[in-house]
Design a protein around this ligand. Sequence first.
Ligand SMILES: Nc1ncnc2c1ncn2[C@@H]1O[C@H](COP(=O)(O)OP(=O)(O)O)[C@@H](O)[C@H]1O
Ligand SMILES: [Mg+2]
Length: 564
Amino acid sequence: MKHQKLQISDDVSNQQLSKLLRASKAIAEAVDYATLLHTLLSIIVEQTGAKRVLILKPQRDSLILEARAHSASEGVLIEPVRCEANWDELPKSLINTAIQTQKLLYANIGQQSTPYDLDPYFQRFSGFTALCLPMIKQNKLIALFYMELNSKEESFSESYLSVLTFLATHAAAAIEAACLQRRIDEVSLQHRQLERALRLADKSLALGEKISRTGSWRWDLHKNTLVCSKEFCHIFGLDPQRRSILFTEFAACIHPDDKDAVLDQINHSIQTGTAINVEYRFLKADGSVLYLTGQGCPVFSTGKHIDYVGTVNDVTAQRAAENALRAAQEELARVSRITTVGQLSSSIAHEINQPLMSIVANAGAGLRWLHRPVPDLQQVSASLQAIATEGQRAGQVVESLRTLTKNTKVVLSVLDIHDVLKFSLSIARREMERRHVSLILNLDSKLSHIRGDMVQLQQVILNLVMNAIEAMSEVSNKSRELIISTFTEKDQVIFIKIEDTGPGISNQIKDHLFDAFYTTKKDGMGIGLAICHSIINMHGGKLSAAARQPVGSVFSFSIPIAKK
Ligand SMILES: Nc1ncnc2c1ncn2[C@@H]1O[C@H](COP(=O)(O)OP(=O)(O)O)[C@@H](O)[C@H]1O
Ligand SMILES: [Mg+2]
């Protein structure tokens, strides 16, 4: 066993020195780690004539075989490996001692007794010299060569060992530099890959935002600025290059009717650390109004929120479509009301005619009392009083009809449903007489105040009553009866039931009754029941239809009783 210091002995020949210089140059010129390993192995094979050379690199608790050279029929084969060293193919004791002592070690296996003779590898293979050459830089083991050479009787010469040690030192520096370069290359590759992935993710996000019309933003609470995505700028009509605006600038453009509520919700969300979901309008610089939905939540860092992040969704087109649909529905409901009023025109004329006739009669009577030789002023006054009352009654009917045919906004107020029923029946009364329908009223409910829209509820009752009258026009052999009753359930809900003795509802019709534009009538529009259904739903109630025993049908609806 020999230990050798790093120095080249005086007895190194010129030839050896020139070989060494060439080797040194080749090591310095290796362009990358793989080339360096190849160069090192070639040099060692050339210098030592070894039949097997390995470059091993300690790594944490393991030993990595980086590359190897071995004799083959076609000459020396050099190949990169990079895998964990297999101890079945290595003398563990020799290599571990070299690693621990960081010294060049060799042993003539089979010729002399050595401390490594019991090594399982040497038990299997012998008749060669095993040499372990650590590559050290600043007392740090960088890697080591393990080589097997043809046996030599005597020890290696000083000069031979010093050449090897010189090469190992040179190799250590080169390997460390190459490894460092390899790491730098790996990191920069990772960096480039990461950058590419990030760019791709950015692009996908932008595309997703564009397709869904969703912008995103991050609000720096300290600087009070919003950093916005491209789609955010697009939605709000901002310069896409700008990418950031002051929060106050943004808040100033929130629709004045929505601003306070939105800011309150945001403040509450910041204070409580909860997420919000708001709907608001925004005034663009060109004067147009955007309908937006926004989500946001504060982002916390070590218990203190630092930023606020969120998204904004442009739902302007959706809202416009909803508004158009609502307007169309309102118009349809109005047309349906006008149609009903049209159908009832003779009945209504009669309803107005009655007070008018009474006015004429009272006026005549009043005149007669006045033209008497001694005018009876008390009677004249009574006639005038009656004229005023009847005039008002006619005026009320006309006014109610006007609201029924006008497109008014929904007004919810507390109403007596019995009053609504009575008004609707008053304008349909004449029609019932004309069609020989007898009306039976059972307004038994003690509680009859509900919260609702008067015109809409009149429309529901008129539709149901007219349907009942129309259904019974087919009946000629039985009496035609319209039975209207009211009753409550647990003082919570009032039920209004409209029964007729018409042909009833077949199963086939029952499934389509509430479908819009479903009608079995020659001149029917088929929207009456669909409108009734949505009006009752809007009032928090339910409309249902059923066959009546023994004949006819029952339509009934419920509405919650108004709390006092
Ligand atoms: N009281 C009823 N008895 C029998 N069938 C009815 C009754 N009310 C409605 N229907 C059926 O429901 C259909 C839809 O009614 P509605 O929506 O009011 O439209 P329309 O009266 O214009 O036909 C009617 O065409 C009719 O077939
Ligand atoms: Mg109808």
